[in-house]
Design a protein. Structure first.
Length: 237
């Protein structure tokens, strides 16, 4: 139960707009679960509700049977990469991670470990304001890994990464799943999902229209893009 992520009738409304519509699913350890949808489908909103950053209009999101806000030292339970940098530009990568580590009772040694893991050990003492977008993404991934958590949530993690970085991330995600972690990766890039995901959640207009192993989803069409577009087209009828 520790690494299981459960969404039960999760909904989010902004005025008259229903951004997330009664989503229920279970994200399990040991596989990369791709969270696929077009921009604006509700993927980021769903992840923000899991992390307690947005309050659901209905339903619940549970991590290991508990609300995120109930977790003690939450970085030890859930690591997350959201779009945009959370690091202060004048702070070094090392000190950004050190502050996070101390706030969650994580050993200081983990800071150097994760900087090395994301290939930022040589840049660790440099101010974050001088980082490229790709380096900023790597720092965000380092922060997600800092507490060695059983659950990892990545929202569009390939943004800003060069081809070598994308290949590294793809291998890393598969490695995390092989270690028995729960890995949820949101993306609108079907080509990347096809190469990375084992299981697929497809969100269209805030509704969950598929929850299936990726090979089964594409079996009838030969490629993920055709399968996805047919699902989107059917939803619009």
């Amino acid at each position: 139960m520790r690494g299981v992520l459960e969404l039960r009738n999760l909904s989010k409304r902004y005025g008259r707009t229903l951004a997330v519509d009664d989503v229920s699913c279970t994200v399990r350890p040991g596989r990369v679960t791709g969270f696929l949808g077009l921009n604006g489908a509700g993927k980021s909103t769903t992840i923000r509700m899991i992390l307690g950053l947005d309050r659901p209009s209905g339903g619940v999101a549970l991590v290991g049977g508990a609300h995120y806000r109930e977790l003690e030292n939450p970085l030890r339970h859930v690591g997350a990469l959201l779009e945009g940098s959370a690091a202060h530009g004048g702070r070094s990568a090392y000190h950004h991670l050190l502050w996070l580590a101390r706030s969650n009772r994580i050993p200081t040694a983990r800071v150097r470990d994760v900087l090395r893991q994301v290939d930022l050990d040589d840049a660790g003492r440099r101010p974050v304001r001088g980082f490229s977008l790709g380096m900023t993404q790597r720092l965000g991934i380092a922060a997600a890994l800092l507490g060695d958590p059983p659950v990892l949530l990545f929202d569009e993690p390939t943004n800003g990464l060069d081809p070598a970085g994308i290949r590294w991330l793809r291998d890393a995600l598969k490695g995390f799943a092989a270690e028995g972690r729960t890995v949820l990766v949101s993306s609108h890039l079907m080509s990347e999902m096809a190469l990375t995901a084992d299981h697929l959640l497809v969100l269209v207009g805030g509704r969950l229209l598929a929850d299936t192993p990726l090979p089964e989803f594409v079996a009838a069409h030969g490629c993920l893009e055709d399968a996805f577009l047919e699902l989107v087209s059917g939803a619009g009828r």
